[in-house]
Write a protein that binds this ligand. Sequence first.
Ligand SMILES: [Ca+2]
Ligand SMILES: [Ca+2]
Ligand SMILES: [Ca+2]
Length: 167
Amino acid sequence: MRHAVFVPPLAMLASAVLAQRPDPNLLPTPPILTATPAALLIAGMDANGDARVTRAELTAAAARLAVAADDDKDGTISFIELADWARTWLGDQSAVPGRFDFDRNADDKVSPTEFTAELARRFGTFDKNSDGIVERSELLLIAERQDRGERQQGTRMPPTPAERRRR
Ligand SMILES: [Ca+2]
Ligand SMILES: [Ca+2]
Ligand SMILES: [Ca+2]
């Protein structure tokens, strides 16, 4: 009965590797990194393509955006114009910064000065080390995980055709 207990070396190796492989549920989960609409806007102000946005790049871009946002060229940005601008540049008209962030004197419109000042304020909050340059790392946020089961959900096998039909 010797052949019954013989284990080929390759199979032994494979079982040893399997035994050492850590349980994926016990692995540390990497942080979820995310960026806000304002972060996307600031990132897009990088004029020289070095992935860093300087104060000078911010100032120039904010001035251009203020002109572009004033659709009817009457010198102020109405809330309707601001909503259109936000949809294009922030991805959604309800994104932050919104009308109440821009309209500091509450006269229901946004002056070019209020507009550029708000973008400069945002730049300042992103520039965590206050060196006058916003780098990509300063634009990222670490998102809170919703629940501990997320990792399993994220790696779940795709649904079978039968499961898909039931949905
Ligand atoms: Ca740059
Ligand atoms: Ca206008
Ligand atoms: Ca910085």
